[in-house]
Design a protein around this ligand. Structure first.
Ligand code: 26Q
Length: 767
């Protein structure tokens, strides 16, 4: 389609679908028409890609955090500039599409990784499709009331969903013991850079199995009618937050079986439609389990294979040759378990198969050293390891921890199954699109090509000490900071002068990620500045973005604490020329795109051993930001790639954490460090007001009392943290510092998700 053809398509779509002429059309109308014109444009490529390869990969995930589709799809198709010009000719800036909601069908890292992998798969030309759930409501929207987090429903389809097609005719029935539901697929195209490959993200929506009950209607049983409908639709109604206290909920179990059953039925049906029998499925399909959430796919495949006449052993071996498992955490979440009583009640056939699998493993390991079911509880990670070909960690350090502790017994028996695939992020969204200024700089220096071959960024190294390049880089960062500053002023009402250092921590709120440690450091500088002890401290803006799971009390307490600090600091004329603090509202993918490009400091401060990989760390690095971090997750590889002298590393290492924990006494640290004591005491000395909730006292308790006793070594790492943070503050603004920034971008090549998916393809999927 050329430009004029394309414009007339948009115009007729506006007329046909929304009944408006272009000159009268609202932003959502234009959005829908532009999106659907693009959909029409890619249809032939999409159709031919569906048939293009013998073996396809299915990425099974309860979450796909795709964010906003319109810019990246247009960009990948090489259409973004055309559409921008066309809209500008009509006096509209293409940024009006920022009013279109993100599709936040994921919590954080794991969901966003799935989205990056699909985009990379399409870009490198892999036959990689996603299977997940089309939640009616995605991750909650965050608001603040008096500094407390409040959750709101995320109505992401408010302006429609022009990037999917409902495929009514490919619906499948998913049966639970008590009732059945219809799974209706919605297909979203996944457009690779250059537009040559278009893969599919298939999201299942739960609906009533039979149309509505006319007999009940006739008898005026409207309650019964409504109940049936709600019961069916509730399954795909809302995304679960990654909240460990919410686990074990029955609806979550239904969600997991719902989408895995629908996906496996769909995949098997397509296979058989080619005239093939199920025992050859492994030659045509390989499936990646994104954590344990989709693991019911394993017994479901075995069930269908047995229904087709395979005996259990053959069906089991078929599953083993089809499935692979990625682990994303060593927290309790890694050990997702279900009570077999529940499984039997809801999914009797699946329960039977899990028992057969347990019987098989018990024959192999009569001492019970390896098991799937124990104490009437099924361990989903064990099912995935036992009935799969490969298990992978998401960063080198994380994989070593899986082998040495989390899955030690499994590694002893099946060492060849364990491999590492370090995470990556797509450089199209996370550099080319979100940071046009830096992209232009890179292209001017090293030419095009880095967008699909990120290792080429290495060629930037030779400019790292070049005075012109340094000052150009500094100017670009200043522009990005000015843009973020404007946005934050508009959204949050807080002014962050772009001359300040932008120190950013943006990630889900969790104790192990230690936003509390960062908060303590702000108070450290706050008190010292007030006492005149920091005469040469360079003005710093501390920026936080994070959502706390709704039932995670301490996480919410940390948010309120940081909000209280922000309140105090920003309104104190003695310090607010040196310190500003902002907690941005409703941090999501689109906010991240603005924040990652404007940061001077990337806070990656989890207790070593806790963050499986991190992917935000990679996005900051790509955009020329130094890491202030611990030796955790992919931070280790980031410092290897950039050189440890170009990052700011602090804190206990994994080995040290182990040793410290043997006889850790947080109270002794507190007693021996008056400055730290004063900071910790703000939690209960009246400095801050938690409005009678007792939250702050609970936070203090988490450091000394009860179960936890500073489980994540906040007090232990505090001194080393502020030492390195102060060093960073001194270094900032120097030529040497700019060199570090440029070298970070230059060294980010490894962290392209193109590299990651190609590793999966080579070592795991064999496609
Ligand atoms: C589990 C059971 C019930 C309800 C929800 C959940 C649930 C949902 C989401 C548990 C965990 C998650 C998300 C985990 C996650 O995002 N992990 C992150 O994965 C990234 C990609 O590999 C890593 O970079 C991060 O280190 C890891 O924390």
């Amino acid at each position: 389609m050329d430009k004029t053809q394309w414009i007339s398509t948009v115009e007729s779509l506006l007329r046909a679908n929304d009944g408006v002429r272009l000159e009268d059309a609202s932003v959502p109308s234009v959005y829908r028409a532009v999106s659907r014109a693009t959909m029409a444009d890619i249809l032939d490529t999409w159709e031919s890609c569906k048939r293009g390869s013998k073996k396809r990969v299915g990425y099974l995930s309860a979450e796909f955090l795709v964010g906003r589709a319109v810019y990246s799809n247009l960009y990948n198709l090489g259409r973004l500039e055309t559409v921008r010009e066309w809209m500008a000719e009509r006096g509209v800036d293409i940024s009006v599409f920022e009013e279109i909601e993100d599709a936040s069908l994921g919590n954080g890292g794991l969901g966003r990784l799935a989205a990056c992998y699909l985009e990379s798969g399409a870009t490198v030309g892999l036959p990689l499709d996603g299977y997940g759930i089309r939640y009616r409501y995605g991750l909650f929207k965050q608001e603040f009331v008096n500094g407390f987090q409040k959750e709101e429903a995320d109505d992401w389809q408010r302006c429609g969903d022009p990037w999917s097609y409902r495929r009514e005719d490919e619906s499948v029935l998913v049966e639970f013991a008590d009732y059945a539901v219809r799974a209706v697929p919605y297909d979203m195209p996944v457009i690779g850079y250059g537009g040559k490959t278009v893969n599919t993200l298939r999201l299942w929506q739960s609906e009533e199995a039979e149309g509505f009950d006319f007999a009940a209607f006739d008898n005026m049983q409207t309650d019964k009618i409504a109940k049936n409908r709600i019961r069916a639709e509730s399954i795909s109604y809302a995304l679960y937050p990654n909240d460990s206290t919410e686990r074990g909920r029955l609806l979550r179990l239904r969600q997991e079986y719902f989408f895995t059953s629908a996906s496996i039925q769909d995949i098997v049906r397509k296979h058989k439609a080619k005239g093939l029998s199920i025992d050859t499925l492994n030659e045509y399909v390989t499936l990646q389990l994104n954590d344990t959430h989709p693991v019911f796919a394993v017994p479901e495949l075995i069930r269908l294979a047995m229904r087709d006449g395979l005996d259990f052993e053959a069906a089991f071996l078929l599953a083993r040759s089809v499935f692979n498992f990625t682990n994303h955490t060593i927290l309790g979440e890694a050990l997702e378990c279900w009570d077999m009583k529940r499984v039997r009640k809801l999914l009797p056939a699946i329960s039977d198969i899990l028992r057969l699998m347990q019987r098989r493993i018990a024959r192999e390991f009569p001492d019970g050293s390896l098991y799937l079911i124990r104490n009437n509880t099924v361990h989903m990670a064990n099912v995935a390891i036992y009935a799969g070909s490969h298990v992978n960690g998401v960063a080198a350090l994380h994989t070593e921890i899986l082998k040495a502790s989390t899955f030690r017994d499994w590694y002893a028996v099946y060492p060849e199954r364990f491999i590492n695939v370090t995470n990556g992020v797509t450089p199209r969204r996370w550099l080319a699109l979100c940071n046009p200024e830096l992209s232009a700089f890179i292209t001017e220096k090293i030419g095009d090509g880095w967008q699909t071959d990120l290792e080429r960024l290495r060629d930037l190294s030779k400019y790292a000490c070049d005075p012109t390049a340094r000052s150009e880089f500094a100017k670009i960062k200043y522009i990005r900071k000015s843009l973020l500053s404007e946005h934050i002023l508009k959204k949050e009402g807080v002014l962050l002068p772009p001359e300040f250092i932008f120190d950013v921590q943006a990630k889900r709120l969790h104790e192990y990620k230690r936003q509390l440690l960062n908060a303590f450091s702000i108070l450290y500088y706050y008190f010292r500045i007030k006492e005149g002890k920091e005469p040469s401290f360079k003005p710093t803006a501390f920026i936080f973005g994070a959502k706390a799971a709704p039932a995670y009390y301490l996480a919410k307490a940390i948010i309120k604490f940081i909000q209280s600090i922000a309140d105090k600091v920003n309104n104190d004329p003695e310090v607010n020329d040196k310190l500003r603090v902002v907690f941005v509202t409703d941090y999501n993918v689109s906010y991240a795109e603005k924040i990652m490009t404007a940061a001077d400091i990337s806070e990656q401060i989890s207790m070593a051993g806790m963050e499986a990989s991190g992917t935000g760390n990679m996005k900051f690095m790509l955009n020329g930001t130094v890491t202030l971090g611990t030796m955790d997750g992919a931070n280790v590889e980031i410092s290897e790639e950039a050189g440890i002298e170009n990052e700011y590393i602090f804190g206990a290492t994994v080995d040290e954490v182990g040793r410290v924990k043997e006889n850790y006494d947080p109270h002794a640290i507190y007693e021996s460090d008056p400055e730290l004591r004063r900071i910790v005491d703000t939690l209960d000395d009246g400095t801050f007001d938690d409005m009678g909730t007792g939250m702050f006292k609970e936070l203090k308790n988490s450091l000394f009392g009860g179960w936890s006793k500073d489980h994540y070594l906040v007090l232990h790492d505090f001194r080393d943290y502020v030492r390195v943070k102060s060093q960073l503050n001194r270094d900032y603004g120097s030529d040497e510092f700019l060199t570090k920034c440029i070298l970070n971008t230059a060294s980010a090549g490894k962290f392209s998700s193109d590299r990651s998916v190609l590793e999966y393809a080579k070592h795991i999927w064999k496609v």
